[in-house]
Design a protein. Sequence first.
Length: 126
Amino acid sequence: MSERYDTGMATRRAVLGDAHVDRAEAAKSDFDEPFQSFITEGAWGSVWSRPDLSRRERSLITLALLAALGNFEEVAMHVRATANTGATPSDVREAMLHVAVYAGVPRANHALKVIRETYGEMGVET
């Protein structure tokens, strides 16, 4: 593997947690291995590993984009990651207000439902 892959895997583990990454790695097949390597290098080893924004800031940007695009399963995953990124429930709520204004109330409304459910599973008060 490359240095970018190693950096990406370290960042991915720091943000998503070892348990999540271990499950993903165990489920990886020959078919999806190239995709998993791509996101580990491209998303985690490149964008998420850059020094210009904090993990909290990247977390909020990611949640807003995922909600705006309707990728609600990924919203739940990244809400769980807030335990590691430092983004608070109030931060996430504010990001969803931006989603409502710039991407539409229905997307933000559904994302908030997913976010509340996910925080509930995490034992986090909202």
